[in-house]
Write a protein that binds this ligand. Structure first.
Ligand SMILES: [Zn+2]
Ligand SMILES: [Zn+2]
Length: 186
């Protein structure tokens, strides 16, 4: 099997179904890793990926790179864009790869199975945009021991990695500081 097929199988197994998103996520990962000189066939320990979307393709990137939220090697930037920035933590080199499907309008007219086949072999420059970028990863975002442990003065819960807010001299978690995504009902 070629490199693409091996990696695509990995993405497919992890995601659970075949869709254009995992095809594109596979292509995105292959390009990002290649640009950073990282071999996707070997275990990867020197990579952090900033993923700009939380859809199908993200599973492909996770499966192929092995990066995960739990290892702090996967960062979610909720930008709604099918793009990812790959950072080689040994060299500091970074590359942002985004899906730039030049003939999207034409592809949309095709049957989904045809699209999946087409996207797998279309030349990279017709589907990806690759940019060399510079990125500084703050210490509190890096893997390793948590930094800046704090306790919320309102709910008493612990907050790691300097995610707390200081308001009028009081330490608050982001829920208590306002704009929480949930409401406690019981
Ligand atoms: Zn999918
Ligand atoms: Zn709180």
């Amino acid at each position: 099997m070629s490199n693409y097929e091996t990696l695509f199988e990995k993405a497919k197994a992890s995601h659970g179904h075949v869709c254009p998103g995992i095809v594109l996520g596979t292509r995105l990962s292959i390009a990002g890793l290649r640009e950073l000189g990282i071999d996707p066939e070997k275990p990867i320990h020197n990579l952090i990926v900033y993923m700009e979307i939380d859809r199908c393709g993200t599973d492909a990137v996770q499966a192929i790179t092995g990066c995960s939220l739990g290892h702090r090697s996967l960062k979610h930037k909720d930008f709604g864009k099918f793009a990812a920035t790959f950072v080689n933590t040994d060299t500091g080199k970074a590359v942002r790869v985004s899906i730039h499907e030049k003939n999207r309008a034409e592809h949309d007219k095709l049957d989904i199975k045809e699209v999946i086949k087409l996207l797998a072999k279309i030349p990279e420059d017709e589907i990806l945009k690759i940019e060399k970028v510079q990125i500084t990863i703050p210490k509190e975002d890096q893997p390793g021991f948590p930094v800046g442990k704090a306790v919320c003065s309102k709910c008493g819960e612990q907050i790691s990695d300097n995610r707390h807010i200081v308001k009028d001299g009081n330490v608050l978690c982001r829920n208590c500081a306002g704009g929480s995504y949930y409401t406690v009902i019981e």
